[in-house]
Design a protein around this ligand. Structure first.
Ligand code: GTR
Length: 384
């Protein structure tokens, strides 16, 4: 990771648990008007919309859902790298709005042997994607392993809709389809744009006879893990949402200020979140939400959070706490038996249960085959 040394010094990055401020989190179960929320109808009718609105306005910006036309075509520019075991489709998805159009590329692999529609796993990719016969670095998108367990899997690169660059991020759907978002301090930026792309992939899955779109999982690592959570919160068509090492602005609680903070992320990546989020630089305590409430927005669908022990920058304990505290949505509101141990330090084995799960593995920041194996076990338990 390349971090700005001047900024790091100014920020005095904390990776010492004993220096974490004592936590006072906003209450997910008290409405803005002070109403106690203790049942599904008040959660879904009052509190959930309030929380979604707060994240939209103060953090990520919305994901616009309107457009005039949607179509896709197979382009077949590259050979299938796994012809023995998979069927491969390279698609261009085209969307138009107000006389302008944008085309995004989606790569999809299907298990060759399957004769029933396959459950689908979408990876939001910010690394390599299928180009010139190269999928990605080892383990990042293990197509053959996924397909051998009966999944279809798809991936798009964020750049296909919004470049991951503070200078160039508007050179995609933010200038072609949704220019008005840029005028709005609460408008969509790159995470919203990548989420929009995931939603268009889902539009295609719903029309694809080889896919069982009711069994759809969205996966993202790190910046794409933040995006996966935001997409899952907005689009209920995802049955399972998986966020790997998503850290600040993802699963980690902002108020812990452990590792990467709101100030640091807003300086390093000003194009990821909306302008309003900058108001919380050094003022996390003023946020009307914290990230445990983002996790809660996935319910009653299934959520999975994962961490790596060496990835202190992403605050593994903060990621776990969002899952642990956030899982109260299942136990207290949906009355399902979900629970996570109080004590993060003793969590060793993956915690897999219906509705919610977590693992922490040895090693550094990255998306690995080991992570994927846990994801597939969790998906099997929750959507197959
Ligand atoms: C880092 C950033 C993190 C995380 C990561 C990644 O530079 O500070 O928030 O998103 O990049 O995407 O790998």
């Amino acid at each position: 990771l390349v971090q700005n040394p001047i900024l790091m010094a100014q920020q005095k990055v904390n990776e010492d648990e004993s220096k974490v401020p004592s936590l006072s989190l906003p209450d997910p179960f008290v409405s803005e008007h002070g109403k106690i929320i203790n049942n599904v109808s008040d959660w879904e009718g009052i509190r959930r919309p309030e929380i979604l609105k707060a994240f939209t306005h103060e953090v990520y910006g919305g994901i616009p859902t309107d457009f005039d036309s949607f179509s896709y075509e197979e382009v077949s520019e590259n050979p299938n790298p796994f012809p023995e075991t998979t069927l491969f489709k390279e698609l261009d998805i085209s969307v138009s709005r107000n006389g302008k159009s944008h085309t995004m590329r989606l790569n999809v692999f299907f298990p060759k042997s399957s004769n029933t529609p396959a459950p689908i796993i979408l990876l939001i990719n910010h690394r390599a994607t299928y180009e010139d016969g190269r999928i990605a670095e080892d383990g990042y998108w293990p197509v053959e392993e996924l397909v051998s367990r009966g999944f279809a899997t798809a991936s798009f690169h964020g750049e296909t809709v919004a470049p991951d660059d503070a200078e160039r991020f508007t050179q995609g759907i933010l200038s072609t389809l949704y220019p008005e978002e840029l005028e709005n301090p609460a408008g969509m930026r790159t995470f919203g744009a990548w989420g929009w792309a995931a939603m268009r992939a889902m539009d295609y899955f719903m029309q694809e006879p080889l896919i069982d779109a009711k069994k759809a999982t969205i996966v993202g690592h790190s910046r794409s893990g933040k995006t996966a959570l935001w997409t899952g919160a907005n689009d209920p068509r995802w049955a399972v949402v998986i966020s790997n090492e998503s850290g600040c602005g993802g699963a980690a609680l902002s108020r812990r200020k452990f590792g990467e903070t709101v100030t640091i992320i807003n300086h390093s990546f000003p194009h990821w979140f909306n302008d309003n989020f900058k108001n919380y630089n050094n003022h996390e305590e003023l946020l009307p939400i914290d990230q445990h409430m983002l996790a809660m927005l996935i319910a009653p669908r299934a959520i999975y959070i994962s961490s790596a022990k060496g990835d202190l920058w992403a605050d593994p304990k903060g990621e776990y706490l969002s899952m642990q505290i956030g899982s109260r949505i299942y136990s207290d509101i949906y009355k399902q038996s979900v629970s996570f141990p109080e004590d993060f330090e003793n969590v060793q084995a993956p915690i897999h249960q219906e509705h919610a799960g977590y693992h922490i593995r040895e090693g550094e920041h990255g998306l690995t085959l080991e992570d994927w194996q846990h994801f597939m076990d969790f998906i099997d338990l929750n959507s197959k």
